[in-house]
Write a protein that binds this ligand. Sequence first.
Ligand code: UDP
Ligand code: MG
Length: 319
Amino acid sequence: MQNSQKLISIVLPVFNEEAGIENTIKVLEKFIKYQADQYELIFVDDGSKDKSVAIIKQSQNKYQNIKIIEFSRNFGHQLAITAGIRYANGDAVIVMDADLQDPPSVIPNMLQKWRAGYDVVYGKRLIREGETLFKKLTAKIFYRVMQRISSIEIPLDTGDFRLMDRKVINALSKLKEPEPFVRGLVSWVGFKQTCVQYERQERLAGETKYPLSKMIRLASDGITSFSDVPLKLINYIGTVSILIGLIYGFIMLFHQFTTLIFATSALFILSGTIMLGMGIIGNYLFRTFDASKRRPQYVVANSYGFQSNCKNIKNIKTK
Ligand code: UDP
Ligand code: MG
């Protein structure tokens, strides 16, 4: 098949994006037709409570290649991506946010590298426009810590904005983790990977759908999926605590001090450390417990615009 005839899928997770989704569709439709002869836009609605789905459905009257997967509730950004790439039919699949923070102008570079033989082309953020200092700083620290402690190579400053070849999508579609950390899994599956650098744009409309609680959860999923360093850390802290306790005991024995304040603060520090250790173990244990339930990762309430020739999913309900 000639390159120009290949199908490009664009997957966009959507959660309460009524303020900007119409513009996103307009911009993408205008842009992508010059990049690929065949394309599909797959919107995964992650349990929006606003008019997002209605707006996307309406745009199906105007554009032929818009498809929608509607979750039964909010399952989270990472699972919305997971579902979207499973439903995608493309020879290459591009994942990007629905708020245009990942600029479509990067897509030609991604396609060029894919056509040159790369299987994964991830977007590497040079700067992040319009985000709080707190978010920029915590993200910077997270990616650097992650790189040091994880068992796989996760590139610095990359989100989920990336192009993946069909081979990669097929490999990813087989993974069934209940709380996937998609960018880690893409590194895990391997293949020939490269990056394109880009400047992350300001959100054009609406608010972020990633409050601190969701950011912490994502970070925790990333760490517990790809690193055992926190577990090892408990051993080190425990060993050091015992040593300090022994040294302190000897000092007490020889000098016969009774420093109550020191003993009380040591008690707080040690019991805090024990609780923290239990919490860390609990996080890992919860992942195992969650996986042992073998529930489906998400529930699709409806899908619109899909034909029966999907490569990955059979018997998709279409309306
Ligand atoms: N999103 C989602 N489910 C969620 C939260 C976010 O599908 O629970 C989508 C959201 O609509 C957007 C993308 O994931 O398309 C990234 O979210 P957002 O822009 O709010 O994150 P930020 O850019 O602020 O980190
Ligand atoms: Mg955003």
